[in-house]
Design a protein around this ligand. Structure first.
Ligand code: BT5
Length: 254
C-alpha cells in the first residue's frame, strides 16, 4: 500500500506530503528524508536532526473519519513506531499524551499530524514522525535515541526500522475507517499511554492546569482531575510532574 519517496534533503517531509496531497496524491504516499532543512514540531517549534542520523518520515492517510478522530491517525503512527522500536531495537517506549514516544522518561520520537479539509469534510491527514535513531536530539530537549536506549551491538538500520513501522501501520490504517476499528485503536492508545495516572501540568493558551491525569476520553482528550474538578484537555503541552520532588521531571514516568 505504500508509495515511498526517498529524499536526500527536503524542507519538511510533512510539507512535501501535504503539497502532493493537495495535488490529489493517493493514500499511502510516504516521504522519508535523510535531512530536513525546516523540520517542524507543533506550534511552530523546530524538529532537529543531523543528516543521516534519525528516521524522518511522513505518510499520507485518507481515512473515512471525521476531524474529531484526527488524533487517532497520530495515535496509529505512534503505535506502529512503538512496535517497530520493540521489533528492531528491543526498546519498548510508552506514549506521552498527545504525541510523543518516551523511553525511560526521555523523548524518543515526536509525531505531527496535520489535517486537510474540503469545506468541513476531512480529505487527508498527513502524519509525520521524527524517531531518534543515532542522535538523541538537542541537549536542552533531554531526548534519547534507539542506539543509546537499546544497547544493541549494531546500530539500528533506518531502512529496517521504516519497513517495520510501515508493516505495523498498515492494519491500523484499516481500523481508522470504521467506528469499531477506531474504538479498538483508542483502546490500544490508552493501554500504551504512560500519561494516565501521572501528576501533570498542562499549558494551554493563557492558562496552566495541574492535576492527576485520570483518563483519555473517546475523543482523545486528556481528562485532568484538578482541585476545581475534572477538566478535559484537547490541546496543550503536558509536563509530567513528580510529586515527591514537586518540580518538572521528565524522567518521572513509570
Ligand atoms: C513534535 O513536536 O514532537 C513533533 C515532531 C515531528 C517531527 C517530524 S520529522 C518528520 C515530519 N516532518 C516534519 O517537518 N515534522 C515531522 P513538539 O512536541 O512541538 O516538539 C518539538 C520540541 O522537541 C522542540 O521544541 C525541541 O525542544 C524538541 N526537539 C527537537 N528536535 C528533537 C529531537 N530530535 N529529539 C528530541 N526532542 C527534539
Amino acid at each position: 500500500m505504500w508509495d515511498i519517496h526517498r529524499l536526500g534533503e527536503v524542507d519538511s517531509t510533512n510539507t512535501f506530503v501535504r503539497d502532493r496531497a493537495r495535488q490529489g496524491a493517493a493514500a499511502g504516499l510516504v516521504a522519508v528524508a535523510d535531512h530536513q532543512t525546516a523540520g517542524r514540531g507543533r506550534l511552530d517549534r523546530r524538529w532537529e536532526s543531523p543528516a543521516g542520523a534519525n528516521l524522518l518520515v511522513s505518510v499520507l492517510l485518507r481515512p473515512h473519519c471525521s476531524a474529531a478522530d484526527v488524533h487517532l491517525c497520530a495515535g496509529a503512527v505512534a503505535l506502529a513506531a512503538a512496535d517497530a522500536c520493540r521489533e528492531v531495537a528491543g526498546v519498548a517506549p510508552v506514549l506521552k499524551w498527545p504525541n510523543d514516544l518516551l523511553f525511560d522518561g526521555a523523548k524518543l520520537a515526536g509525531v505531527l499530524a496535520e489535517a486537510e479539509f474540503a469545506g468541513s469534510s476531512l480529505t487527508a491527514v498527513i502524519v509525520g514522525i521524527g524517531l531518534n535513531v543515532a542522535w538523541p536530539g538537542p541537549p536542552e530537549a533531554g531526548g534519547t535515541c534507539l542506539d543509546d536506549a537499546g544497547g544493541q551491538a549494531q546500530p539500528v538500520d533506518r531502512q529496517v526500522l521504516l519497513d517495520s513501522l510501515l508493516r505495523a501501520l498498515e492494519p491500523r490504517c484499516a481500523l481508522l475507517d470504521d467506528a469499531a476499528g477506531r474504538r479498538a485503536l483508542a483502546d490500544e492508545v490508552r493501554s500504551l499511554c504512560g500519561t494516565v495516572g501521572q501528576l501533570v501540568r498542562v499549558t494551554l493558551a493563557g492558562e496552566e492546569l495541574t492535576g492527576r491525569a485520570s483518563a483519555i476520553d473517546d475523543s482523545g482528550r486528556l481528562v485532568v482531575d484538578t482541585a476545581s474538578g475534572p477538566r478535559s484537555v484537547s490541546a496543550g503541552d503536558v509536563v509530567h510532574v513528580r510529586p515527591d520532588q514537586g518540580r518538572e521531571e521528565l524522567r518521572g514516568l513509570g
